[in-house]
Ligand binder design. Structure first.
Ligand SMILES: [Zn+2]
Length: 117
C-alpha cells in the first residue's frame, strides 16, 4: 500500500515530463556516485590484472563467481555496496576485457553463442 508521500510523488511523476526527466538525471547521478564509492572500497580505481584505469569500463568482479545470482537477489546499487563493504575480500576490480576473459576461462558464460561447438 502506497504512502501519501509515494502517491504525491507518483502523481507528479505521471503529470510532468520535466519532473520525470529531473528524477531520471538525479537517479543516474546517485547510481554513479554509489558505484564510484563501491569501487573505491576495493582500492585503487584500476584493473587488478592489467592496470587499465578508465572507471567507465571497470567491473566489480566476484572472485569466486556467483555474481549473476547475487545481482538478481540484491539488485540495488546500495545493497551491492553493503555486500562489498561486509566482505571486500570476495571482490576485485577488473576491466571489461579482463572480466570477459576470466568468464571464458572459467566457463562462466551463461548463454553459449550459436557459433560455438
Ligand atoms: Zn584488465
Amino acid at each position: 500500500m502506497a504512502t501519501e508521500d509515494t502517491k504525491r510523488f507518483m502523481a507528479k511523476y505521471r503529470s510532468s515530463h520535466e519532473f520525470r526527466k529531473g528524477h531520471r538525471e538525479r537517479n543516474k547521478k546517485y547510481k554513479q556516485r554509489i558505484r564510484l564509492e563501491t569501487l573505491s572500497l576495493l582500492g585503487e580505481l584500476k584493473c587488478c590484472k592489467c592496470d587499465f584505469d578508465n572507471y567507465l569500463a571497470l567491473h566489480i568482479d566476484h572472485i569466486y563467481g556467483g555474481g549473476h545470482q547475487e545481482r538478481k537477489r540484491y539488485p540495488s546499487v546500495l545493497q551491492q555496496k553493503k555486500l562489498i563493504e561486509a566482505n571486500p575480500q570476495n571482490y576485485q576490480i577488473l576491466c571489461a576485457n579482463c572480466n570477459a576473459i576470466k568468464r571464458v576461462i572459467n566457463k562462466e558464460v551463461i548463454k553459449q553463442s550459436k557459433y560455438d561447438d
